[in-house]
Write a new protein. Structure first.
Ligand SMILES: [Zn+2]
Length: 294
């Protein structure tokens, strides 16, 4: 991560102090960039359609207009400045491998309190909610419809493990799921987890904690976490077995439960819960691998 210029950037604590950088003459990159919560000077473009992917970041003595939160790649950059506070009057645009001066580009500082009402409200909400833009944004087309978690799409999740869990629980059809999970998946570790001896009750409480951690109840309130836990309990009680990872990964168990009268009259809710337990076993293996790597 890039280090902020020492002692210079003091993030706004109150909406009255939230900064805005107005960029003009930069074509589609023109607009109002609003200060967001960050350790380095970072402002995010905000317009009628909401928060955009464009950022203004001050790193290595330049303002950079970019979609990359690390600031290492950018479309447009200012001349070198001693501090983010100075006016950047000379800008250049990347063209091929070089940089071309952009005499029409200029910027000026303002405050979020000067924005029109709708934008001012959004700016204030981001500051008060301490929303941080992360590198782990969900790009699944059905996010947030499939998960109910607006932050995952708009601001990103705190870590790669959180993103992997989010995709595994809610967006299994997305290309991001296939790409990221394939990259992180470790079959050997998943097999080891499935074979280890585990206490059924402990596994059930891990299942519950994992669904809560991944904000399951933003997705739906009708079949909540407690329902899933109760349904799994019903299944093991009736079958006279323990809760285990292999239970959720065994097709024979699903075939058996489907035959039960209460499953037929309950619209298949027991096997729905079993499938959530199966997703949990996958999330837990991904998280275990992530811990292993760090
Ligand atoms: Zn989502």
């Amino acid at each position: 991560m890039v280090v902020a210029p020492e002692g210079l950037w003091v993030p706004a604590r109150k909406p009255d102090a939230q900064r805005v950088l107005c960029v003009t003459g930069a074509g589609k990159h023109s607009g109002q960039y609003v200060e967001i919560v960050s350790d380095l000077p970072m402002l995010r473009k905000l317009d009628e359609s909401g928060w955009s992917n464009s950022l203004a970041i001050f790193t290595e003595k330049r303002w950079r207009i970019t979609s990359d939160p690390t600031g290492s790649k950018c479309w447009l950059r200012s001349q070198k400045l001693a501090s983010f506070q100075f006016d950047a009057s000379a800008w250049e645009k990347r063209e091929g491998k070089g940089w071309v001066p952009q005499p029409d580009v200029s910027c000026r500082w303002g405050l979020a309190s000067e924005l029109e009402t709708k934008l001012r409200t959004l700016a204030r909400k981001a500051l008060k909610g301490k929303l941080r833009l992360t590198l782990f944004r969900c790009t699944a087309p059905d996010c947030p419809k499939g998960c109910g978690n607006v932050l995952a799409k708009d601001w990103g999740l705190p870590s790669l493990a959180d993103l992997l869990g989010h995709l595994t629980y809610y967006h299994r059809g997305s290309s991001q799921y296939h790409e990221k999970v394939n990259e992180a998946w470790n079959q050997q570790l998943a097999d080891e987890l499935e074979q280890q001896e585990e206490d059924g009750e402990e596994l059930l409480s891990m299942f519950k904690a994992s669904l809560n951690k991944h904000n399951y109840e933003l997705k739906t309130k009708t079949l909540n976490v407690a329902h899933h836990v109760n349904n799994i309990r019903k299944i093991v009680q009736k079958r006279g077995c323990e809760v285990s990872r292999s239970l959720a990964n065994d097709q024979e168990v699903y075939d058996e439960v489907w035959q039960w009268q209460e499953e037929k009259s309950g619209h298949g809710r027991l096997t729905v819960s079993l499938r959530w337990l199966k997703k949990f076993t996958e999330v837990s293996a991904l998280e275990a691998y992530d811990v292993d790597m760090s």
